[in-house]
Design a protein around this ligand. Structure first.
Ligand code: BG6
Length: 363
């Protein structure tokens, strides 16, 4: 049951601090400033030998994998890439012995992801699972992995499992980083950042009323654009996906840097933009993009760390600062609330959106 909440979706969004605590529980090793992940079934020598990481998942699991790939590259400096599991087996993929494959699935039953795992294994590759459901088909098929322990997720759109997945990738990246060249100081910095997440997610959730008001304002448009750069880019993709899935408002995600190469033609008062703008090295460039959107009379809702000058926009959702590598996690949470309240404002079937199923166990 929804424990007093109007929908499972908002219950699950609200449960995220506890879900993240469970994903982290017992896995941070303070002494060596690393993550302890017994389920990887891999010693340090094996973990060091991988030259690449390939992440496979469908839907939101794929977008969580994109955040995971960035974490692995940033912390471990191992080239990492995510791709849709549904496409993987059809392109006769090259499976390499020195690539670590990681399958992502909340349910552990998604057929396309399972088939991708089987393709890797058939060709002799090593594959780990980042899975929520213990004992599921994908978990059983993998050579090891990390369980999320996020608790059951009922609503079709993934929220707490998404955030827990990215946290699990941060642990994997910390572990891989510390068997390579991530310094003890940086390891400790990331470990402390991870531990701060549950409290900071709570701070974002406290803004639900303000976000609901913004959702009601923006949901009445024919569509929405989501933009971000580098760490903000998978956040934009997941934000657009969530809005589409549950509110049926058309949403597109683009790297902010790509706007001028095409989609800027779409910008008008009828197509507002959600801009993901953390305080990182791209802040000024992101603000310039917001200015370009405003110059075309596009409305901008900014999600970031610092309120900009009013000429850029007055619609701002601020999230707490953490370590820059972990920014995507906190930036995602307001977009979940935005999609949820857009769906409520438009009176959609929030937990069971049309045409979608929680877990797609057929091709
Ligand atoms: C889709 C669901 O069909 O499957 C999405 O509608 C989900 O919400 C995707 O992200 C992947 O599911 P899973 O269980 O493999 O993470």
């Amino acid at each position: 049951d929804t424990a007093g909440h109007a929908h499972f979706l908002i219950k699950e969004i609200t449960e995220q601090p506890a879900a993240v605590e469970r994903t982290l529980s017992g896995r941070i090793d303070e002494r060596f400033a690393t993550a302890h992940l017994g389920g990887l079934n891999m010693d340090a020598r094996e973990a060091r030998a991988f030259r690449r990481v390939k992440i496979l998942g469908c839907g939101s699991a794929y977008y969580a994998g994109e955040m995971g790939a960035q974490l692995v590259e940033e912390l471990a400096r191992i080239p990492a890439h995510a791709e849709p599991a549904s496409e993987f087996r059809y392109r006769n993929p090259v499976i390499e012995a020195d690539t670590l494959y990681i399958a992502v699935s909340q349910s552990g039953e998604t057929y396309d992801t399972l088939a991708a795992v089987q393709e890797v294994k058939r060709k002799g590759g090593r594959v780990l699972g980042v899975v929520n459901t213990v004992g599921s088909a994908i978990a059983r098929e993998c050579d090891g992995g990390v369980y999320l322990h996020a608790g059951p997720e009922i609503s079709v759109a993934s929220t707490k499992a998404f955030v827990s997945t990215v946290v699990a990738f941060a642990l994997i990246a910390l572990h891989l980083g510390r068997v390579h060249d991530l310094s003890p100081a940086d390891g400790a910095r990331i470990a402390a950042g991870l531990k701060a997440l549950p409290g900071q997610i709570r701070e974002v959730l406290e803004q639900e009323k303000e976000i609901a008001a913004l959702a009601a304002k923006y949901a009445r448009h024919e569509g929405m654009m989501f933009v971000g750069r580098v760490r903000g880019w998978p956040v934009a993709r997941e934000g657009a996906q969530k809005l589409k899935e549950i509110s049926y408002v058309h949403a597109e995600a683009y790297p902010a840097s790509e706007l001028k190469h095409g989609p800027l033609a779409l910008i008008s008062p009828e197509l507002p933009t959600v801009a993901i703008v953390p305080d990182d090295e791209l802040l000024e460039k992101n603000l310039t993009t917001m200015g370009e959107i405003r110059a075309r009379r596009g409305q901008v809702l900014m999600v970031g760390h610092t309120r900009p000058e009013a000429k850029f926009t007055e619609d701002v959702i601020l999230v707490p600062r953490n370590e820059p590598e972990l920014d995507p996690i906190l930036l995602t949470v307001p977009l979940q609330l935005l999609a949820y309240h857009a769906a409520v404002a438009l009176e959609r079937d929030v937990d069971k959106p049309r045409n979608l199923a929680k877990s797609v166990t057929v091709e």
